[in-house]
Design a protein around this ligand. Structure first.
Ligand SMILES: CCCCCCCCCCCCCCCCCCCCCCCC(=O)SCCNC(=O)CCNC(=O)[C@H](O)C(C)(C)COP(=O)(O)OP(=O)(O)OC[C@H]1O[C@@H](n2cnc3c(N)ncnc32)[C@H](O)[C@@H]1OP(=O)(O)O
Ligand SMILES: Cc1cc2nc3c(=O)[nH]c(=O)nc-3n(C[C@H](O)[C@H](O)[C@H](O)COP(=O)(O)OP(=O)(O)OC[C@H]3O[C@@H](n4cnc5c(N)ncnc54)[C@H](O)[C@@H]3O)c2cc1C
Length: 671
């Protein structure tokens, strides 16, 4: 056993709570952990499914291998295990195949869109085909010229009454669809968002099913130009694509018509709120965060914490043996708040998912009243959680020093995929501002109406100050929740008053809004952090678990909150809730917590339960055997295939020979 493995074993002996119990809580119950492990075993024990070491593969190799694994899953594993695209196991399939799969947009977006936009008849036609990969679809909304401002989309679907067809057309280059996943090379159908035009009148964005490639040859159909958009920061196994329509005709029935319909004679019939066409985005914002972004942070934490416990460098006490870098307070401050963030954002995301599921159920009963709140919360959470987690991953990467910069650590690859979450499903700033719009409206209503749900805390607008007078008081969840609620409602109040002041002084609404938008983004950060802290505190409050696990979860909650108080102390001071002395106490409380948590560090990340296969990291594996893994990995570099690289002979040979001749005294150096 290596010295590093021994160090990690010693660390595990220090952990004072049951890691398995914490895993069960994190997963949402013992049964969930069991299901997760069953799926994990089915995938792990199948050599065709296991993750490959992707750190040295080209994009094409990763795409090809991703497709091979996806098809193996579909053809062999799903039937063998009795799973399908809608099974309750799908989340765990996703978790356990790592991120190296293809057809994610087909499975995760195209198929659910058919369900949410299609009539019963359309669902019966398209869904079985899609679920069995007999058609492969993409979600084609974003264009070269527009992604955010959907009312500005330029692809048009003009209704032709005579033939009862829609003519799909891109009137200029900026109207070309750009970015849709699985579209570049895989899809033969697309769910295309296009502006409906009937008799010259525009009816806004609507979803259509359009066949884009031939089902025999896979060649683009007439009028279609389609391909891959090229290499990106991450998402190597996804063929994000471009798609241009030149007057492509499709039958009237291909307008997915659950929400609105065009009759044969061209009569337009709206059946529900027009914003339901944005429903697929709300769904994705509410459900993808945990699996794509929080789990990425959890993996990065696992790697960085394990590595910091075995990486020994420098003396803490002069003349004494070198210490693990985790012993440095600065290192604990870099790592442990992100472990806490993983727990905090994980529980908040689970709550958001539940809220979405309840909303979906109510929609079936015709009740859409929850949409504005859900839209605001999912937009705010998507922006804030994606930003916090991906910033965290970068800090964790740097905390691993030189090895953090190598793909061998796994962290660059984890970050490259996760950071896309700040852009897709609505660019973050734009999402912050959507949530801000709702919060300002709520603030303006609170004068006359009582608020409910996630904004109920705005009902109490009384002035007060925090009572804390010693660092230890900051460990209490109620104290922390009160801090965040006070800060959030005061910053909302302040910016709402500024907007009202500007409009009273003659600024049009849109100008007042734009002038305040920097503060509005901060308002949403305050609101969402408040939501995360309050959710975490209430989850812990409702838990029945062993005292050591409860203690460590309370410490996680306090650490997440205190890190945010220290980061945003300006806000807490400005709104007058904390004094400078209390800000010092908050920092003191945070530093005390770091020392308390230090012996439990490895247990806290082991509880996330990421296998070595999923981490794909030489420095973060369970056994801590860092250096041997790094050396084995480096040997696999494609540049090491031959002892002397071909390019050396091609370019460097004359220089080498000149040097040899000089050193052997055959010629003289000219300088
Ligand atoms: C089958 C076998 C398979 C075998 C095995 C397979 C294994 C593989 C398994 C894979 C499984 C699945 C894996 C999934 C993995 C997923 C990873 C993630 C991948 C990335 C996907 C990315 C997809 C995309 O990015 S799609 C494009 C997204 N685009 C956007 O989000 C655009 C953003 N823009 C907007 O949302 C809007 O335009 C907006 C909101 C910015 C402005 O809209 P608009 O101008 O119309 O509104 P406003 O004037 O601002 O507001 C008016 C009013 O409307 C309210 N409102 C706005 N939006 C919404 C909404 N969405 N819902 C409700 N209400 C809304 C707004 O608040 C205003 O209300 P008021 O009351 O008037 O204030
Ligand atoms: C990995 C990945 C996968 C994707 N998959 C898909 C897919 O499957 N299907 C699909 O249709 N699309 C997909 N997209 C596209 C994605 O949804 C858009 O790129 C995203 O919505 C952002 O839009 P944009 O590119 O137009 O950004 P822009 O809006 O051009 O953003 C540029 C800048 O302008 C700012 N800005 C824009 N509008 C405002 C405003 N109103 N107020 C303040 N600031 C503003 C933004 O904050 C940003 O700083 C994907 C993108 C990526 C990166």
């Amino acid at each position: 056993m290596s010295k590093q493995s021994r160090l990690l074993e010693e660390e595990r002996r220090k952990v004072n709570f049951s890691v398995e119990e914490l895993t069960n809580i994190y997963d949402g119950g013992v049964e969930q952990t069991e299901m997760k492990r069953k799926v994990e075993a089915a995938i792990h024990n199948d050599p065709e499914c296991r993750c490959k070491d992707v750190g040295m593969m080209t994009r094409e190799e990763r795409f090809n291998d991703g497709m091979r694994r996806t098809i193996h899953l579909n053809k062999v594993v799903f039937p063998r295990e009795g799973w399908n695209a809608f099974s309750k196991e799908l989340d765990y399939v996703l978790r356990n195949i790592g991120k190296e799969f293809c057809l994610g947009i087909h499975t995760g977006v195209f198929l659910p869109c058919i369900l949410s936009f299609g009539s019963d008849e359309q669902i019966a036609k398209w869904l079985p085909l899609g679920a069995q990969l007999q058609i492969i679809g993409t979600y084609a909304q974003t264009e070269l010229g527009h992604g955010t401002f959907l009312r500005g989309l330029q692809t048009v679907a003009t209704y032709d009454k005579a033939s009862q067809e829609f003519v799909i057309n891109c009137p200029e280059i900026s109207a070309m669809k750009w970015w849709p996943g699985d579209m570049g090379k895989s899809a033969n159908h697309a769910l295309v968002m296009a502006q409906v035009v009937i008799d010259g009148k525009k009816y806004g964005m609507h979803p259509f099913i359009v066949q884009i490639r031939d089902l025999t040859t896979h060649m683009p159909l007439p009028g279609i130009t389609v391909g891959d958009i090229g290499n990106k920061v991450g998402f190597e196994t996804t063929d994000n694509g471009f798609l241009h329509f030149n007057k492509v005709r499709i039958p009237r029935e291909n307008l997915l018509c659950k929400n609105s319909e065009v009759k044969p004679d061209g009569t337009y019939v709206a059946k529900t709120k027009d914003k339901m066409v944005y429903g697929s985005m709300v769904r994705l914002r509410a459900i993808f965060l945990e699996g794509e972004v929080v789990s990425a942070l959890g993996k990065a934490c696992t790697i960085a914490v394990r590595y910091s416990l075995v990486r020994q460098q420098g003396e803490l006490e002069p003349g004494k043996p070198e210490v693990a870098v985790m012993e440095y307070m600065t290192q604990q401050k870099k790592l442990l708040p992100y472990v806490a963030m993983t727990y905090a954002t994980h529980f908040a995301c689970l709550k958001l998912k539940k809220m979405y599921n309840i909303f979906e159920q109510k929609v079936k009963e015709g009740d859409l009243s929850g949409l504005p709140e859900l839209h605001a919360l999912s937009a705010g959470m998507k922006a804030s959680v994606a930003e916090q987690c991906t910033d965290g991953i970068e800090i964790l990467r740097k905390s691993c020093g030189g090895h953090g910069y190598s793909n061998a650590s796994g962290i660059p690859i984890i970050w490259a995929r996760a950071v896309a979450g700040c852009t897709y499903e609505g660019e973050n700033t734009v999402m912050y501002l959507q949530c801000a719009r709702y919060l300002v409206k709520c603030y303006n209503q609170v004068q006359t109406n009582r608020l409910h749900g996630t904004v109920a805390y705005l009902n109490n607008m009384n002035q007060s100050t925090c009572r804390v007078n010693k660092a230890n008081d900051f460990q209490q969840p109620a104290v922390l929740v009160a801090c965040f609620q006070y800060r959030a409602r005061e910053v909302i109040k302040s910016v709402a008053m500024k907007i009202n002041h500007l409009t009273k002084n003659g600024y049009p609404n849109h100008e007042a809004w734009n002038k305040c938008s920097v503060e509005l983004v901060n308002v949403v950060k305050a609101h969402i952090t408040q939501y995360i802290v309050a959710t975490f505190a209430s989850v812990i409050d409702e838990l029945s678990c062993s005292p050591p696990v409860k203690t460590v979860l309370l410490q996680m909650c306090a650490l997440y909150a205190l890190e945010n108080i220290t980061l945003y102390s300006g806000d807490f001071l400005k709104v007058g809730y904390l004094s400078p002395k209390q800000c010092d106490l908050a920092l003191e409380a945070e530093l005390d917590l770091l020392s308390c948590l230090r012996p439990n560090a490895v247990g806290l990340v082991d509880a996330f339960d990421y296998s070595d296969d999923l981490l794909q990291s030489c420095i973060g594996a369970y056994d801590g055997n860092v250096y041997e893994r790094l050396f084995e990995w480096a040997k696999k570099s494609p540049l090491n295939k031959t002892e002397v690289h071909e390019e050396t002979y091609k370019y460097l040979k004359p220089y080498l020979h000149a040097g040899r001749d000089i050193l052997e005294g055959k010629t003289k150096s000219k300088l």
